[in-house]
Design a protein around this ligand. Sequence first.
Ligand SMILES: [Zn+2]
Length: 439
Amino acid sequence: MSKQILHIGIDDTDSPKGMCTTFLVYKIINRLKKENVDFLDFPNLVRFNPNIPWKTRGNGAVSLKISTNNPTKIKKLIKQYVTQYSDVKNGANPGLVFCQDGNIPEEFFKLSSDAMWKLIHRNEAKKILSKHNFDFFYLGNGQGLVGATSIIGYDFEDQTYELLSYRKTSHFGKKRSLDKHKVKQMQEKTYPNTFNSFDSKKNKLLLMPHGPDPVFFGIRGEDSQTLISASKMIQPKEKLDGYVIFKSNQGTNDHLKNEIDVNAFLPYTSGTLNGIVDSKPVITKGGHVLFTIFTQSKKIPCAVYKPTKITDVAKELIVGDKIKVGGGIRKATRTLPRILNLEFIQILKLEKKSKLVNPLCLKCKKRMKSKGKNQGFQCVRCKSTSSEKKSQLIPRYIKKQLYIPAVSAHRHLTKPTQRMNQKSKTETFNPNSGWVYNF
Ligand SMILES: [Zn+2]
């Protein structure tokens, strides 16, 4: 019997209390190694719209592409894994989708690109799965079907890689420890081919999670071989179980490709807008900055949150500045309307900032004094007069450039500065390249 392609999409098997869909895939990969299957690509880790309400941990789906001469057996095996390892009792709503013939219907591509920037209801996913007779499976309310279906139709335009290492079961939930100095050195040695492992400003590790999940560290970068050598430089004391390298859209700003529809201005959608600053930025008690921009005859309220540190930029904006912004729309609250939460500010044109000052006496080079309300100005030394104040330019402390959040406030999809003008490398998958490893 000839081998058939099997594309497997999995999402939402985890909960904030533990487990992790990437770890489930790591376990599945190790199990599949004992079967007669060929791996056709890196497992994919695709982050969809981060600005949706029920995802606290980054809205990521995972997929595998293999060939097998016994798809029925493999599908049964994977269903067992998803059932056994999904944290349904703590709120996981896993979805599992199998695409068997390698021909992906057009609707899957559409769903995938929509899932990148808006809210998709699980019934939409179920509808196209049933229509095209796909084999799928879910538990709980089946919300995971959205990611599991969307990842089947996902096409990479830009990609990065992440090496995720996993702990031994006996260490789950215990404190992680790594040598900061080694991570810092690794980052310096591998720059710009790895990113966001270490925050040198805060002297803080970024590559290590703190929760109870099985991940020990994750190194992000541009190609698998750099990640493998980077992982060797870290030398953790804890004996780990193994690692897998995922191909991902992390660090690509994938959710900010579309322009926001200002007329609908739908909550939970993501995108960008060009506009003109329309109100003086206000700093809230919590240190966040609020202002509005004017675009397509609409006033759009914008918010910049303090942890992003681009509040320092936002508070310097003045009415008339031309900017491009991007982010997600937050739903209205009791006291606030729908607001665009900014994930970057790009300054396109700075308005001249000026203030009115007392006129200068050109002879004495001194500022004149006011003679009283509406009575003009006079030089104290030579007595020459002038009727009105003069406008004086004030320097701007922001520049015509792109401002993105501080590294410590980056989300999975945030494109780091170093990747901005970089053309991403496409790496051919080599099944024997060490993309999965057990220590
Ligand atoms: Zn004078």
